[in-house]
Design a protein around this ligand. Structure first.
Ligand SMILES: Cc1cc2nc3c(=O)[nH]c(=O)nc-3n(C[C@H](O)[C@H](O)[C@H](O)COP(=O)(O)OP(=O)(O)OC[C@H]3O[C@@H](n4cnc5c(N)ncnc54)[C@H](O)[C@@H]3O)c2cc1C
Length: 432
């Protein structure tokens, strides 16, 4: 058994763990990252037959005001931003296509709303944006719409937006303050959605480059089995490779894993309180095609079935062999359907029908399909009765938490980055 001491031990090498490690090491901290599997966590890029399949579209929302942008500037990361083209984003509304209201321009072009409703909705967003800063009432979107007696068209559009942006088939349960905070960011950005050229792998390589340049250590296939807690401090972690001690600990692993690591310690109860929640689960069905099927859109959202298709290769040519196309379909799953084989088969059929409708001829051009029936897009789903985990417990001053299950800004990876940014700064502030 070996024992080694570090300034900061970071558990988990997903986007939260790697961004925190890169930032802390760039500020002179001696960091150790312990990861039970491979680099990247859920942000993976898989190469099959010349196609780079990413888990998810690796879309970053409002990148100009995102925390990833702050990391990019602070760390000198090389990110090949590929900005999404709003004129190529469409909603499938049955027998017609219409613009996605991903910004004010899209709102005024969309057929989802008519004349006065557009003005009223924009006004409501602007009014609420001002209130959000001072504290918007915490109620579900459903309740908010009832209270405001909004027209049916506006209700329909709000639920469609909530569904497509929050990866859910139950948009009415989303807290209205979370919705408006998110939407107000999209209304004030010129970059509503951007993809990362080279996919997640390119971003992960950049974080690793910074960590290594600053003498940080990353140990893969090294599972943290147990935390050692003495009084109000964590003093070390136990792995099959030995024990590691540190001044500070940042746990970037989901609450369900934290429960195991902190079992039989004084923190067992505090951690367990945050481990009962439902994640946001989707089915992902990617297809690699040998030739492009040219259509006038790069993103299409089927409003009826809550499925969207992104032409990833329209934005990122590096993910396909010469002349090829990579399409990614994401279908939101109802909680009750997660793990149900029949429900998964039905969703798969619905996705194939959508490919048939908008990308005719795809079956003949198919080189490789990749289906994942149960992908956790966000570890904790936004509903009124689920609360994200705090980034620290006030009684334990050298233990921090980051990940997309934690309190932070935005959705998905932005929650991982924003919580990582916050905890890293809390650690650095101790030196001041
Ligand atoms: C299908 C899909 C589509 C997505 N699309 C997008 C998108 O378009 N845009 C976007 O912003 N986000 C997207 N996301 C979400 C994004 O991938 C996640 O928010 C992000 O990767 C989460 O990173 P994390 O570090 O918070 O957690 P994780 O990636 O879960 O990292 C946790 C890490 O901890 C490790 N670990 C767990 N237990 C231990 C232990 N005991 N010891 C050591 N290590 C441990 C795990 O192996 C893992 O590597 C998508 C996700 C999926 C699945």
């Amino acid at each position: 058994m070996t024992t080694n001491h570090y300034d900061v031990v970071i558990v988990g090498a997903g986007l939260a763990g790697l961004s925190s490690a890169a930032y802390l090491s760039s500020k002179g901290k001696k960091v150790l990252v312990l990861e039970r599997g491979q680099l990247g966590g859920r942000a993976v890029t898989l190469k099959i037959k010349g196609f780079n399949f990413n888990f998810g579209a690796h879309a970053i929302y409002a990148r100009d005001s995102s925390v990833l942008r702050t990391f990019e500037k602070e760390l000198g990361l090389n990110i090949d931003w590929q900005d999404f083209n709003p004129t190529k984003a469409k909603y499938d509304i049955g027998d017609d296509l219409t613009a996605v209201p991903s910004n004010v321009q899209g709102l005024f072009q969309t057929k989802l709303l008519k004349g006065i409703d557009k003005v009223l909705f924009t006004f409501e967003i602007l009014k609420t944006m001002l209130k959000v800063e001072k504290g918007h009432p915490h109620m579900s979107i459903q309740k908010w719409m009832e209270k405001k007696q909004v027209s049916e068209d506006v209700q329909d559009m709000m639920l469609t937006l909530a569904s497509s942006n929050f990866f859910t088939r139950e948009p009415e349960k989303i807290p209205s303050d979370v919705f408006f905070t998110y939407y107000s960011r999209l209304f004030t950005t010129n970059k509503p959605v951007s993809y990362i050229g080279g996919g997640w792998q390119a971003l992960i390589n950049e974080f690793v480059r910074v960590i290594e340049a600053n003498q940080g250590t990353i140990m893969l296939k090294t599972k943290v089995e147990k935390a050692l807690v003495e009084n109000d401090r964590v003093v070390g972690v136990v792995t099959p490779e030995g024990e590691f001690t540190a001044d500070e600990f940042v746990c970037c692993i989901p609450p369900k894993e934290l429960v195991k690591v902190f079992a039989e310690t004084r923190l067992e109860h505090a951690v367990a309180q945050h481990a009962e929640y439902e994640p946001t689960v989707v089915m992902v069905y990617d297809i690699g095609l040998k030739e492009r099927i040219d259509v006038p859109f790069s993103y299409i959202y089927d409003k009826q079935n809550n499925i969207f298709i992104t032409d990833i290769s329209y934005y990122d040519r590096t993910c396909v062999p010469e002349g090829g196309q990579l399409l990614q379909a994401t279908a939101y799953m109802r909680q009750a359907d997660v793990g149900n084989k029949e429900a998964a088969e039905i969703r798969k059929q619905e996705i194939e029908n959508l490919y048939d409708k908008h990308f005719p001829g795809w079956r003949e051009k198919l080189v490789v399909p990749r289906v994942s029936a149960r992908a956790v897009v966000q570890e904790i789903k936004w509903t009124m009765n689920q609360k994200p985990m705090p980034t620290f417990f006030p009684d334990y001053r050298n233990l921090f938490f980051a990940g997309d299950w934690c309190e932070g800004q935005g959705q998905l990876s932005e929650l991982s980055f924003s919580s990582a940014w916050q905890v890293s700064n809390l650690i650095l502030e101790k030196d001041k």
